[in-house]
Design a protein. Structure first.
Length: 130
């Protein structure tokens, strides 16, 4: 198995759906890095990773809000889709096996909103119900 690990901020609130009788939590994670180009100019590059977490434990969903810092790991999958011009495109999606909330909260309108830290699929005794 190929395993991909991503740390970044959620780009929007997650969505929870039921597909063929199974729960899936969808969210996108942005990872930004700063660097200097060949001329010494400061640049920033952001990479977006679309995530799908298939789970019976959806208690983490209320905590997956825009701006939340998360650690995710899972198996990458390449998906094909039809573009509006009729051509086919591909995207990289992470089939999430583990997600952890990081940090003390998210930034919302200049204030910090409190949130817990926890891990899905682990039995480490975290105070969150997942």
């Amino acid at each position: 198995m190929i395993k991909l690990q991503v740390i970044g901020h959620l780009g929007k609130d997650c969505t929870t759906n039921v597909v063929n009788g199974k729960n899936v939590i969808n969210f996108s994670v942005a990872h930004s890095e700063k660097y200097k180009d060949a001329t010494g100019v400061q640049k920033e590059k952001t990479t977006w990773v679309e995530c799908a977490y298939w789970t019976e434990k959806t208690a983490i969903a209320p905590y997956l809000k825009k701006g939340q810092l998360v650690y995710t790991e899972g198996a990458p999958e390449v998906r094909s889709y039809a573009k509006s011009d009729g051509t086919t495109g591909t995207s990289l999606t992470l089939r999430v096996l583990n997600v952890q909330l990081l940090g003390g909260g998210t930034r919302t309108e200049g204030a910090v909103a409190e949130s817990g830290t926890g891990s899905i699929g682990s039995a480490d005794g975290d105070d969150l119900p997942f």
